[in-house]
Design a protein around this ligand. Structure first.
Ligand SMILES: Cc1ncc(COP(=O)(O)O)c(C=O)c1O
Length: 376
């Protein structure tokens, strides 16, 4: 038998748009880093998880739900849909649960993108929009931010000239922390060409001042070309359980459900989500706590000569100057993970997740020490 004839060439079988894309690589694990640098503790200020932890009540709900692990989450799935709808005062048909925004980014891409469609993505922003769109066969067109904020007029212009299928909008934007103003949003929607939909990732929405942030639910209900993606990973403190939802017009929502697996969210996550929504005032408390921590960190860093951008999220983009990747490397040795800005094309900046004040004080002290060359 000809052994070579039996060997498959996988690259020739996979969809051509996937060839050349790199899978996401999370880097070394915490235990690997602890071992490598002989550290007892490492503070994760690099992934914008909520460092205050799960909202009260979530973990008890998970414990109680585990006894039901043998059952598919049929009822639990519609219970969450209804709990979110109640909380947001929206019809349940507009809520599409999912195992996080990452899953919804893929669902949106598979729902809309045909090979060769143009898709507009700001630069810099959350990396998965470009990656997943390209994987689905889109031609990704990047639009630079202006003054570290999304350039909404340019995003709409490019959508028009490219006859784009989708525009991705991240509000507040990762990694800049900037917020879209209501007037900018209204002008953007008015300028968006027919045939283009805006997908708005609102992962950090609940951290933003409710007086200042844009409410887009009415746009969805009114049939504007807008889909919202939201998560329990950030202010709810449940990143490890993987839970999110889309807010979509009732005509679109079933398509998102068609491309997702039927019960794609697990029972423990659904129970935790419902428990959090039973006490929505906790979200406001957490917002205030995070905002105070953000102000504290920005103040400490300013005293040490480092400016950060105004942020409405649970992270700060901090100007450190020089080689941000080398600086991030030195911070690891001291027990702090941060995200080097050069990974987003922002040389000389680092992105830092905010958290409990004592942690912020220790971090600001270590960062100042690294920059002034004080040995460990
Ligand atoms: C803008 C943005 N969207 C989505 C996610 C991931 O959300 P999820 O955990 O719901 O998949 C992140 C995580 O950092 C993010 O920064």
């Amino acid at each position: 038998m000809d052994a070579d004839r039996l060997m498959v060439n996988w690259v020739s079988l996979v969809r051509p748009s996937l060839v050349g894309l790199e899978p996401y690589r999370p880097g070394p694990s915490l235990s690997e880093l602890r071992r490598e640098h002989s550290l007892e503790e490492i503070a994760k200020l690099n992934w914008n998880e909520d460092l205050f932890g799960p909202l009260p009540g979530a973990l008890d709900a998970v414990r109680d739900e585990l006894a039901n692990a043998w059952m598919y989450p049929e009822q639990a799935y519609s219970d969450l849909r209804e709990a979110v709808a109640d909380w947001l005062e929206l019809p349940p048909e507009t809520i599409v649960p999912a195992h996080g925004i990452q899953a919804l980014i893929a669902a949106v891409a598979h729902t809309f993108i045909r090979e060769g469609d143009a898709v507009v993505v700001p630069q810099p922003t959350y990396g998965l929009y470009a990656q997943v769109s390209a994987g689905a066969g889109a031609r990704v067109v990047r639009v630079p931010n202006r003054d570290f904020r999304l350039d909404l007029p340019a995003l709409a212009d490019v959508a028009r000239t490219e006859s784009a299928k989708l525009v991705w909008v991240c509000d507040p934007n990762n990694p800049t922390g900037s917020l879209v103003e209501p007037s900018e949003w209204a002008e953007f929607l008015a300028a968006l060409p027919d045939g283009t939909a805006a997908v708005v990732d609102e992962a950090y929405r609940e951290y933003a001042d409710p007086e200042r942030r844009v409410s887009r639910e009415a746009d969805v209900l009114a049939g504007r070309p807008v889909v919202l993606l939201r998560t329990f990973s950030k202010i709810f403190g449940l990143a490890g359980l993987r839970l999110g939802y889309a807010v979509a017009h009732p005509e679109l929502a079933p398509f998102l459900d068609v491309v997702q697996e039927p019960f794609n969210v697990n029972r423990a996550a659904l129970a935790a989500g419902r428990a959090c929504l039973a006490h929505p005032e906790q979200i406001d408390d957490r917002r205030r706590q995070s905002a105070e921590a953000r102000t504290l960190l920005a103040g400490l860093l300013a005293e040490a000569g480092m400016e950060s951008l105004p942020s409405e999220a649970n992270f700060l983009l901090v100007h450190v100057g020089g080689d941000d990747a080398a600086l991030a490397g030195e911070l690891v040795v001291r027990g702090f993970l941060v995200r080097p800005g050069s990974e987003f094309g922002l040389d000389g900046w680092i992105r830092v997740t905010v958290g409990p004040p004592p942690l912020m004080e220790r971090f600001a002290g270590e960062l100042a020490a690294v920059r002034t060359g004080v040995p460990r």
